[in-house]
Design a protein around this ligand. Structure first.
Ligand code: GLN
Length: 454
């Protein structure tokens, strides 16, 4: 009831929820109460969560915040949300996001932008919560849920977490099933939680993760008790600091916070080592070939026949054209065009194949660090704090918006786990995050190190 009240009070302004499932929430909460009264119940019994609109929820609108999925109510439930309900969690509703998870500011949603609950000191300017999981991050930050599901293809869990003072972890590729998660770029997409604390995110991830016969890229490895990592000393752990993440023109606040993070970990007994990641600068351009290429293929299924919106035409081809013209927003169309171009005969080798090779080199940079005994890598999570809604500078040039992902895309390209932990405030009083990157399937190390920083 407290969370529903908070949603009723704040959602009109923040626009974090696109669907509120009040009756369902109350029914689920009652069932949880009954279980708890008998001393039964799962790890998340009665915990109210928000669900990013990218996750299929049976009988509940699932539109990836796109016009093209208007009215779509799946007949099935995603594996991740099924796992959460099996552990007793309560669904409050569906959360706003960038259309098909394409964006860094939550401004590409068909349902309008999400507003960050944070403000600069002495300012009333509306700020973005980051994207694409902007609704998830804002809802957690504004106490409109205890935790939220999110997804991360190039940074969409970690960047919004950093912009809202919350914790967001993208687990290793294959840790969570992608079944029932609307596909953006299938070789990069991973689900993960956004929550208030490192401990909360550890508890949530434990429930979300599983091997799943319905997603052959999910991995059959035991899911550890992540919560057990909280409170464990970091003494003797080797933390790598990659010089290539020190960008020209990076705000001084972020540079200073990174140094503070290094000092905190040193004080806690970790060993700090400089490492080289020479292919970092190619990650962003390679990502913006691989991700749109996969997106152009994945989004071919929205044809006006199988799901949602249909705009009639004189024949079937015109119906396809009319539906896709009306149903997709500008950013989604841009991605489909780029993706189709880089996959086309004559350009495939020059762009797509090249980007895949670069991807291997990026992964090798990380492999080398692990081979040299590094346990985790510390970097800033984002190159700036939250920026203004409808920022002219960022909207005049899509590449400027893409630069938001500069510290996060490497992790998706290499399939590694990465966590953003709130680490302090900038001069304007806005939250900033630090990112920890870990070895494949060693999310526990990120929780262990992350709790020293939060
Ligand atoms: N901002 C990146 C993009 O627009 C990442 C999005 C994401 O991680 N879903 O592609």
């Amino acid at each position: 009831d407290a969370f529903i009240k908070n949603i009723e009070a704040a959602n009109e302004k923040l626009n974090a929820y696109v669907t509120v499932t009040t009756d369902k929430a109350r029914d689920m909460a009652k069932a949880s109460d009954a279980k708890l009264a008998k001393g039964e119940g799962g790890a998340l019994e009665g915990i109210p969560l928000g669900i990013k609109d990218l996750f299929a929820t049976q009988g509940v609108h699932t539109q990836a915040c796109s016009h093209i999925l208007d009215g779509f109510k799946p007949a099935y439930e995603s594996t991740v949300t099924s796992n959460l309900w099996a552990d007793g969690a309560v669904m409050l509703g569906k959360l706003n996001m960038d259309e098909f998870a394409m964006g860094s500011s939550n401004e590409t949603s068909y349902y309008g932008p999400v507003i960050n609950p944070w403000r600069k000191k002495n300012s009333n300017q509306d700020l973005v919560p980051g994207g694409s999981s902007g609704g998830s991050a804002a809802a957690v930050a504004a106490r409109m849920c205890m935790g939220a599901t999110a997804t991360d293809t190039g940074g969409s869990i970690r960047q919004p977490a950093a912009f809202t003072g919350t914790v967001g972890i993208k687990p290793t590729y294959g840790r969570c099933s992608r079944w029932g998660v609307v596909a953006f770029a299938s070789s990069l997409d991973q689900a993960g939680p956004i929550a208030h604390t490192v401990r909360d995110s550890a508890i949530m991830l434990k429930s979300m993760a599983s091997v799943d016969a319905k997603d052959t890229t999910s991995v059959d490895l035991p899911v550890p008790d992540y919560e057990a990592a909280i409170g464990k000393s970091v003494k003797g752990l080797k933390i790598g600091i990659p010089a290539e993440y020190r960008l020209d023109g990076m705000p001084a606040d972020i540079e200073a916070l990174w140094q503070k993070g290094i000092d905190w970990l040193k004080d806690a007994g970790a060993e700090i080592v400089d490492i080289a990641m020479p292919h970092t600068k190619y990650a962003l351009p390679a990502y913006y070939i691989v991700a749109p290429a996969e997106a152009s293929s994945n989004l071919a299924r929205y044809d006006g026949v199988r799901y949602g919106l249909r705009v009639p035409g004189k024949d079937i081809v015109e119906m396809y054209e009319n539906t896709r013209a009306a149903g997709f927003g500008e950013e989604v169309k841009r991605r489909i065009l780029i993706g189709t171009y880089v996959l086309s005969a004559g350009y495939y080798d020059a762009y797509y194949l090249k980007a895949q090779k670069v991807r291997t080199l990026i992964k090798r940079d990380f492999d080398l660090a692990w081979e040299n005994g590094v346990d985790a890598i510390l970097t800033p999570a984002t190159p700036s704090a939250a920026f203004g809604v409808a920022d002219q500078d960022l909207h005049s040039d899509p590449v400027k918006m893409y630069l938001n992902d500069i510290f996060t895309v490497t992790v998706n390209m290499a399939g590694l786990p990465g966590i953003s932990v709130p680490a302090g405030l900038d001069n304007n009083g806005l939250p900033l995050g630090l990112q920890l990157i870990g070895k494949p399937f060693e999310e526990s190390t990120l929780f262990q190190v992350g709790q020293v920083i939060e």
